[in-house]
Design a protein around this ligand. Structure first.
Ligand code: ZN
Length: 630
């Protein structure tokens, strides 16, 4: 299907998440995650950097030069949090941050505490590394969020001044320039929507279209000692064999010529988000095929089974096809979130459910693992195997992931539903109430633990309209029944669609047929050879030593035998566990390292699995997703 926006996201007044899985997480977001993140913003000097600029002090700047972005992302998440559940305490914390930001902005619109405080004459001198537009992009997204979710324009005024300032320096008739870390482009798109001024969208288009220019605007910076005096750390990433190669920051070629996902994973996701949004209704075949090529490269050759992406810590990003090591997987939380954001835009542009399958996979696995069940500890990298060295922490010196997962958790409802002119699409069958101009839709059930979902429709129109229900890729047997009549659904692009005149009380019952399933990997993924992973509905499972009293690395699973499923409300906030028979290598072994074949004794033991997202919530442990197959 050509890119032509089919569904928009529901506003906060149109959707209420009632699902026990997600509503508890959204409650934790407002009551724990966002307040504790504010404390971190204060104690790590991120807010103090703004105060120093305001007070005209000089001295050492705290932390990384792009730390302003954490404040903006936190504010974006707060807007969503407050729209879900008002909290005067949280609101007053946000007021402090908003006030500081507004007072820090220079009269000409420039805003970046590192440059203003440390290098006031060095603005826009090192676009590849200094992240001024990246930070600004998060400011713009936060501003749009406060406008959209709360009708509060305080940040929007700051954002408009900042964007206008950037556009007074860069542009088609001005200086060629875009940021080494993409984000400003998507921020501009959101600013255009919030203000109704399309010039911001067109400026985003110009930045996306000129990326990959030769000579690149980044090239002169890499030998400019003035620019490098601020930061030279990423010069090596930008060069190959001594010559400029922009793969690390997706500046290797114009986007329409991209053939695969390369470089820094988060940057790539943010660039493709903007490019996807901008392709809406443009009939830009070159852009659409480039985006589809990159999506295929990513999801068919470069993505973990958890939908973690970017296996390497060296470039925080992509390496080669099928290079997906488990224990050293970088799989940054932000990258998995970026994959959700991009996939959701592709879904909304094309109406094709394949994109939602990946969004859902990332949501319940490689993204959700990024935050503890308590809501105040985070993973930066999300490995698929641990030998006990990994543990979530309350914050990071480079703290991109914590506020990023906060803004994602605040918008679960917006991911679950699509609203079209004459269709309402259920992308994720989570418990929720949706109120649109066409109808009120109530979805209830106990997803993802149970596969039966009830969808009740109360129309607000006498005209016919469609209800489209996504059929997940993992659902082998779909039970679908319109209770009031014997009408078959139409099947389009992976959705079951009922298009009809509705009456109050009409109910659809869906059974997605969730069963535990063993998965094997393409043999080209050498790290997974001879191994299997276990899934249950949208969730990938893992075995953790905490549940088993032995290392899961010692176990080889018997995939032909019966498994036992049990919901345990007292475990890890309530999870369904799956216990499977396995052969385990025993400890008894003579002193020394090696012995004749047959020395090891094997024993059949039960191996208990939990959802991958829930691992490491009971201290350090050994964990494995891909188990040896007996
Ligand atoms: Zn991150």
């Amino acid at each position: 299907m050509p890119f032509n926006r089919r569904w928009r996201r529901p506003t906060f007044s149109e959707i209420k998440v009632t699902d026990s899985f997600w509503s508890t997480r959204q409650q934790t977001l407002v009551r724990v995650t966002l307040p504790t993140q504010f404390s971190q913003l204060e104690s790590t000097g991120r807010l103090e950097n703004f105060r120093r600029v305001i007070d005209g002090e000089h001295g050492k700047f705290s932390g990384f030069w792009f730390n302003d972005s954490d404040v903006y992302k936190w504010l974006e998440a707060v807007a969503y949090g407050l729209a879900i559940e008002d909290s005067p305490e949280l609101r007053s914390k946000a007021d402090i941050a908003i006030d500081l930001i507004a007072r820090t902005q220079r009269p000409d619109g420039y805003l970046n505490t590192y440059i203003q405080y440390e290098k006031p004459d060095m603005a826009w001198k090192n676009l590849s590394m200094m992240h001024e537009m990246y930070c600004g992009g998060h400011l713009l997204e936060a501003a749009a969020a406060w406008h959209d979710a709360l009708g509060d324009n305080r940040l929007l005024n700051v954002a408009v001044k900042f964007a206008d300032h950037v556009m007074s320096i860069f542009g088609p008739d001005r200086r060629l320039g875009y940021c080494g870390h993409e984000e400003f482009e998507y921020g501009l798109i959101r600013l255009a929507r919030a203000t109704g001024d399309t010039k911001y969208r067109e400026f985003a288009r110009w930045q996306v279209d000129t990326r990959g220019s030769r000579p690149s605007p980044f090239e002169p910076e890499l030998t400019d000692e003035v620019a490098l005096s601020m930061h030279r750390g990423q010069v090596g990433q930008c060069l190959r064999d001594g010559a400029y190669n922009g793969e690390y920051l997706q500046d290797h070629a114009p986007v329409r010529e991209h053939t695969s996902v390369v470089g820094h994973a988060v940057r790539a996701m943010y660039l493709y988000m903007a490019a996807t949004d901008l392709a809406d209704g443009e009939k830009d075949e070159a852009m659409e095929s480039a985006l589809r090529r990159c999506w295929d490269s990513l999801t068919k050759r470069r993505m973990y089974v958890t939908a973690g992406i970017g296996p390497s810590g060296d470039n925080e990003g992509f390496t080669n096809d099928f290079d997906l090591p488990n224990g050293t997987a970088y799989a940054e939380t932000c990258a998995a979130i970026g994959l959700i954001f991009w996939g959701q835009l592709l879904l909304e542009q094309t109406g094709e459910s394949d994109f939602a399958d990946i969004v859902e996979r990332s949501l319940y696995n490689g993204t959700l693992s990024g935050i503890s069940i308590s809501g105040d500890h985070y993973f930066y990298d999300n490995p698929l195997e641990s030998r006990g060295q990994h543990e979530r922490t309350p914050w990071f010196p480079c703290a991109c992931c914590p506020p990023n997962i906060a803004r994602l958790l605040g918008t679960i409802g917006q991911l679950a539903v699509g609203i079209g002119d004459d269709t309402i699409a259920i992308h994720l069958p989570i418990g929720m109430t949706v109120q649109t101009p066409l109808a009120t839709i109530e979805v209830s059930g106990n997803y993802p633990w149970e596969s039966e979902v009830t969808i009740a429709v109360t129309p607000r129109t006498l005209e016919p309209f469609g209800l489209a229900i996504r059929i997940p890729d993992w659902a082998d047997e779909l039970g679908l029944e319109l209770e009031v009549a014997d009408e078959p659904a139409d099947y389009q692009d992976g959705y079951a669609v009922y298009h009809r005149v509705w009456s109050p009380g009409d109910v659809i019952k869906v059974d997605f047929g969730t069963e535990p399933k063993w998965i094997e990997a393409n043999p080209a993924i050498l790290d997974d050879l001879g191994r299997v992973a276990l899934s249950y509905g949208p969730m990938i499972y893992c075995a953790e030593s905490t549940d088993n009293g032995f290392l899961p690395q010692r176990a080889a699973v018997l995939t032909e035998q019966e498994v036992a499923i049990a919901y345990d409300a007292s475990l890890l906030g309530g999870v369904t566990t799956i216990t499977v028979p396995a052969i385990v290598d025993q400890d008894a072994f003579p002193d020394g390292l090696y012995a004749d074949l047959g020395t090891i004794t094997l024993q059949e033991r039960d191996l208990k699995f939990i959802p991958y997202y829930a691992w490491n919530n009971r201290g350090k442990s050994s964990m494995q997703v891909w188990l040896r197959r007996a």
